[in-house]
Write a protein that binds this ligand. Structure first.
Ligand SMILES: *Cc1c(COP(=O)(O)O)cnc(C)c1O
Length: 364
């Protein structure tokens, strides 16, 4: 019997390093700049970024100002460039400057606020300019970006990087990719001094046209395939395991757990596993998700707050044996698909109830 019924989340920093080098090789010629927002996709921005620094990463992206401040404190090397995707939120200038964070400018308002701050402080403020090329989310309009170059609105700002984001990068032959690529090439020509970045994980695997000077992978660093399905080149970084607490028999047609829909098709044995949605197993994975138990992938019946029920069939297992709910067998993209979601969400939902274990060194 396991000494504790608690689940274990192991985070394999060697697998992370492997994935970083796979992406860096795929995007050869461009800088590979890890995205470690949302606490490194839930896996710990500090250990993740320290290891990626040791592997050669020098530029990191976060979403929030606070994430940037925490990352700056966690990475001793002041020369790491940390870019904040939320950008120049009004009033954030002093804190961005104190932590040497580079804001992304996502709108004309942000451009104005950043320029005003830079002029008042008499500094040249390094910035990233985001232009919307067809995703219709963040970024200046293309006409706005073009007009900027004809104005003095960039006074005090040093645009180091021009970026945009693909909306359909996970679908390689989608027409929006080529449309966004063409739009981005035009935008880039407006800012010849700046470096350029279009690709996240998906785009980094779309071929040389999409790489530009810098790629911004997040999910593929953590093992999620660039096309939202398992990619054998990438290794699982997160592994969630929990012990079998009990094994029970269920008769043919009997309902299992809450509700009236989930029944055993035939008489079977089920394992009660000590992890549930409070540990980050997405409840919707009961519709088609699988767990690795007794040496095989086996059907999940239910995911409750503290328990997951797995069909053992005739598999040999005893209470105390570990079951993998996410990891090198129960693959991130497959679990995400079963849950009707994407790998990103499956990772960030992993909670702190599971005991965390880091494998591999933080610094090489
Ligand atoms: C989150 C994010 C990324 C990383 O995306 P992945 O799909 O995880 O690789 C890159 N760029 C921007 C602007 C993002 O918001």
């Amino acid at each position: 019997m396991a000494p504790s019924s608690r689940a274990t989340l192991s985070i394999d920093l060697d697998a992370l390093a492997h994935n970083y080098h796979v992406i860096a090789a795929e995007a050869a010629g461009a800088e590979t700049a890890p995205v470690v927002k949302a606490d490194g996709y839930g896996l710990g921005a500090a250990p993740v970024a320290r290891r990626l620094w040791a592997e050669g990463a020098r530029t990191f992206f976060v979403a929030r100002l606070e994430e940037g401040e925490a990352l700056r404190a966690a990475i001793a090397q002041r020369s790491a460039r940390i870019i904040v995707l939320d950008g120049f939120v009004p009033g954030s200038g002093p804190r961005l400057a104190a932590a040497a964070l580079t804001p992304v400018l996502n709108s004309l308002d942000q451009v104005a606020a950043a320029s005003q701050f830079a002029r008042a402080a008499s500094v040249a403020l390094p910035c990233v300019l985001q232009v919307d090329t067809g995703m219709n989310r963040q970024g200046l309009g293309r006409d706005q970006a073009a007009a900027l170059t004809q104005s003095d609105r960039l006074a005090g700002l040093e645009i180091e990087l021009v970026m945009s984001h693909l909306g359909s990068g996970a679908i390689p032959d989608h027409v929006r990719n080529t449309q966004q690529l063409a739009a981005f090439q035009a935008v880039r020509a407006l800012f010849p001094q700046a470096r350029a970045s279009l690709a996240a994980s998906a785009g980094a695997f779309l071929g040389p046209d999409y790489r530009f000077d810098l790629v911004r992978p997040g999910i593929s660093l953590f093992g999620g395939g660039p096309q939202e399905r398992p990619d054998p080149r990438l290794r699982a970084v997160a592994r969630l395991e929990a012990p079998i607490l009990d094994i029970r028999h269920v008769g043919a047609g009997e309902l299992i757990g809450y509700g009236t829909t989930i029944a055993a098709e035939q008489a079977t044995r089920v394992a009660l596993v000590g992890a549930g949605y409070a540990d980050g197993v997405i409840r919707a994975t009961r519709r088609g998700g699988q767990a690795w138990a007794a040496g095989a992938l086996r059907r999940l019946y239910i995911v409750d707050m503290d328990l997951t029920v797995v069909d053992l069939g005739d598999g040999l297992a005893r209470p105390g044996d570990m079951v993998e709910l996410l990891g090198p067998h129960a693959l991130l993209d497959d679990q995400a698909q079963a849950a009707g979601s994407i790998a990103h969400e499956c990772l960030v939902r992993l909670s702190n109830r599971a005991r965390r274990l880091y494998l591999g060194a933080e610094a090489a």
